[in-house]
Design a protein around this ligand. Sequence first.
Ligand code: DP6
Length: 330
Amino acid sequence: MPTVLKASCKAPTNIAFIKYWGKKDEVLRVPENSSISMNLDKLFTITTVEFSPRFKKDSFQLKNEKTEVKEQQRVFKHLDQIRAKARITYKAKVMSVNNFPASTGLSSSASGMAALTVAAAAALKLKLSKKELSRLARLGSGSSCRSIPDGFVQWQAGNDHKTSVAVSLYPPDYWEILDVVVIASQEKKDISSTVGHSLAGSSPFLPVRLKMMPEKIKKLKMYLKQKDFSKFASLSEQEALNMHAVMITSNPSLLYWTPNTLTLMKQVQRWRQEGVNVYFTINTGQDIHLLTQKKDLNKLVSKLKNLKIVKKIIVNKPGRGARLIKKHLF
Ligand code: DP6
């Protein structure tokens, strides 16, 4: 009986408090700056990968969604890097399922590439440490390297493949802050993050952003250590706006917000004045992440439910990183 080269992984998406925007090395995805995130316990991708000499070519299927040729090629390219490490040339069958809509700013590439990396490496019997898995995932999508370790995570920018790696700062149960994901639209974004990153250097504000970064990271880590929610979340909101200032002032300009995003941002600032301790952060999509704590959750949810534009809300706690699971998708 030949050995079955098959494995499955469940990997979370993550939300960055300090964002990754711009790359020093586009091929290795070495970022311009370090970033800090937490894994989300309710938003994830499950992926099953099987390698076999029976398969004539690679195949990738995303359950309940269509995939574009570009996405397929990105998956196959990543499989090539993992196959090269294992010195195996067998073709693969990959099936994934997301429990949230892809390409709306909810970081499906983070959970997707993390799940693909861990499942493919296990299927090929590669024995890799968390750090090695994080580096490998980074080659598929930068932010996915932060979905490998548990809880609150720092991705050290580094300078090369070895030094650019994500590690856990605190486990998920260290601090129960909440990320309320608000889905206001299910349209796909027009410009991928990968293309967006390559434009970062065209903004006159990127050097200013990078100059401020070490101090900002130091402060955020201090607030995280002190569990000072207001300071932590307020700095995260400012940081998201800082990244979007670079995006908006790139040439061509990247404007990822929709009128609904802006409505929600304004509401959040208003609710804060009314005494609800809530802050926003946004990635490259129209959906918005609201940072809050348990004591403010009910008030926030009832305010959100009164807004017509809100289609769905998902309340996340800090979650664990990518994990192998026994149940396969095929
Ligand atoms: C705005 O990791 O999606 O979400 O490395 O090209 O795949 P690639 O980019 P990606 O960029 C994420 C950017 C961000 C900020 C963040 O998550 O840190």
